[in-house]
Design a protein around this ligand. Structure first.
Ligand code: MN3
Length: 240
């Protein structure tokens, strides 16, 4: 399969699915296929909820700084890194899947833009549950939902320094992995490559104001605001 179709399958219909999902309260619908196909100049996507919507799990100020400053900086620095180079003509998807060819500033900031655009969709103030299809796969690969959460929490807790924990689908199986910095499993240089269906930002900037050094407490709260509808939609696209 061509890499572009691989990515389109992973992310292409997210925007459309949101329009008809339980997200009717969303103020703005983000079309992930548009983000994937975006090229320079890149832009900061709006959050699909208000800054305070995820309280008390994630506080308003953390969300505001995380989105308006950190994510914006990735976008701005990505634009600077590709300006006046042949990379300015490439889509975010094309940069990410061949990231080993490009400068480290593109890896860090392109990864930062992709990962955060993905992450905002993974959070919701609404109560959601995994689809039956996804539940079955989790039980098959991890024994139970609770055991999956335990294993994912271990990966997220033990990632040293800054990075991400991921749930990816690869060769018919769900696998937990983690990456350093702003790398992700779509990058050609990832240790474990695959389709991400869930990712958790464990950089201190994601939780330090409220949780200080207690990353485990942040991860425990994450399960309360995880958007299982989005994870399920991602899984449905890659499980074909
Ligand atoms: Mn972050």
């Amino acid at each position: 399969m061509k890499r572009s179709s691989f990515l389109q399958r992973t992310l292409g219909l997210v925007g459309a699915s949101f329009l008809f999902s339980s997200f009717s309260s969303r103020k703005i619908s983000v079309d992930f296929s548009a983000i994937n196909a975006e090229s320079s100049p890149f832009s900061l996507p709006a959050l699909p909820y208000s800054f305070e919507a995820l309280e008390p799990s994630i506080d308003r100020l953390t969300m505001e700084i995380h989105h308006d400053r950190h994510h914006k900086a990735y976008v701005d620095n990505l634009n600077k890194a590709v300006a006046n180079t042949p990379m300015a003509n490439l889509s975010l998807e094309e940069l990410i899947v061949n990231i080993s060819k490009y400068p480290v500033a593109v890896r860090n900031n392109g990864g930062g833009h992709w990962n955060h655009s993905f992450f905002w969709q993974l959070l919701t103030p609404s109560k959601t549950n995994p689809s039956q299809e996804l539940q079955n796969q989790i039980i098959k690969d991890f024994g139970s939902i609770e055991n999956f959460k335990t294993e994912f929490t271990k990966a997220a807790t033990s990632r040293f320094g800054s990075g991400w924990a991921w749930l990816i689908f690869k060769d018919g199986k769900l696998i937990i992995s983690s990456t350093p910095n702003q790398d992700n499993p779509l990058m050609d240089l990832a240790d474990i490559k695959g389709n991400p269906i869930l990712g958790l930002d464990v950089w201190e900037h994601a939780y330090y104001l409220k949780y200080q050094n207690k990353r485990a407490d942040y991860i425990a709260s994450f399960w309360n605001i995880l958007n299982w509808d989005f994870v399920s939609s991602q899984f449905a696209k890659v499980n074909k």
